[in-house]
Write a protein that binds this ligand. Structure first.
Ligand code: PMP
Length: 363
């Protein structure tokens, strides 16, 4: 079978080496004669796995000691809710910065749980010379007392990424679902980071939460024990049965990333991959991208064909060439190439070659 390059935004492709190892271990993990899915989460072998996973993640992201790492159920949206229920008890208020589909969905959920009065919203994307650009307001000028400010560092649907760190008088809560570990960040600048796993971590369903210790004393609402950050922390993320297979695979992805050289090496590769693709888009008038250069996502490269009547043919021919899942999100249309950590540069090069050839044939 020829190589297939999968550009799906999530669940996304996982490193091939990890998938091959998992395949081998599927019926015999760790010499136990059974898979990791079939053993107790309280067994010493599984607990050793979870400890190693946390240790490697802490190394990869350089997570300071005063932060807890939680492995939770519920994906990215689960955390849209958890942030509110854990931090907005006692009529607290929060500020949400919106920059696209996912941060807007987080606002919707926050308002659903806390009510309109407790949630303020500022749209931080402006259209300048026809391009979407993030214009961060000066948060220090806002005279309000917020429990936290929430933003989404990479808008998976819109292809908008925010690389700068927020200068905020309130704790920063960030949705890093589609950018976590794609470039180096300073964790100490955040009150809480969360990420659904299905892009740079592992299978869907799992979410990772990295939370600063003092955040855990904020007043919470009555909520499910499973979604309570304090209960999760006090029970080493095992208040109930965790998604063990997803946790195992995440641990394998962390080890893989370490072997590749860690986040700083991955960042350079990701820069190269994104550059290749954006250069192709910019050099051919056949394609366009509507995001300002400084906010172009390195993980989700959105682009449109100048002649959208060719969209269907583009997608069909790409698929024939082994380049799959390039269709843009149904809300925004066009194309989207998601090039997370697991996408090798060869896959991006193959896409660029295909795009050049397709443009040539139709120009
Ligand atoms: N936030 C971002 C940035 C996402 O890309 C997604 C999913 N694509 C979510 C949140 C929601 O994640 P989930 O489907 O796991 O709830």
């Amino acid at each position: 079978m020829s190589t297939i390059y999968n550009f799906c935004a999530g669940p996304a492709m996982l490193p091939q080496a990890v998938m091959q190892k998992a395949q081998q271990e599927l019926i015999d993990w760790n010499g136990l004669g059974v898979s990791v899915m079939e053993i107790s989460h309280r067994s010493k072998e599984f607990i050793a796995l979870t400890q190693q996973a946390e240790k490697t993640l802490r190394e990869l992201m350089n997570i300071p000691k005063n932060y807890h790492v939680l492995f939770m159920h519920g994906g990215g949206r689960g955390q849209f809710t958890n942030v509110v229920t854990n931090f907005l008890g006692d009529n607290g208020r929060a500020l949400y910065l919106t920059s696209g589909q996912w941060s807007s969905s987080a606002v919707k959920e926050a308002k659903r749980i806390a009510g309109e009065a407790q949630i303020d919203e500022i749209n931080i994307v402006e259209t300048i010379n026809g391009l979407h650009q993030v214009c961060m307001p000066d948060l220090n000028q806002i005279n309000n007392d917020y429990r936290y400010v929430h933003y989404c560092a990479n808008e998976t649907v819109d292809g908008i990424e925010i690389f700068e760190s927020l200068n905020s008088p309130w704790p920063v809560v960030a949705d890093l679902s589609s950018t976590i570990m794609s470039h180096e960040i300073d964790v100490s600048k955040f009150g809480l980071i969360y990420a659904g796993a299905q892009k740079n971590i592992g299978p869907s369903g799992l979410s990772i939460v990295i939370v600063r210790d003092d955040m855990l004393s904020l007043p919470s609402l009555v909520q499910s024990s499973v979604m309570d950050y304090n209960i999760t922390k006090d029970n080493d993320s095992m208040f109930n049965t965790p998604p063990t297979f997803a946790w195992y695979l995440a641990a394998e992805v962390f080890e893989w990333l370490k072997t590749v050289g860690g986040v700083s090496v991955m960042e350079k590769i990701n820069q190269q991959k994104a550059q290749l693709l954006y250069d192709c888009i910019d050099q051919l008038s056949f394609y366009k991208n509507g995001v300002a250069i400084e906010n172009r996502s390195r993980m989700n490269v959105t682009f449109q064909l100048a002649d959208s009547t060719l969209d269907t043919e583009f997608l069909a021919k790409a698929e024939q060439a082994g380049l799959v899942a390039l269709k843009g999100h149904r809300i925004v249309g066009g194309m989207r190439a998601s090039i997370y950590n697991a996408m090798p540069i060869e896959g991006v090069q193959k896409l660029v070659d295909f795009m050049q050839e397709f443009a040539q044939k139709h120009s």
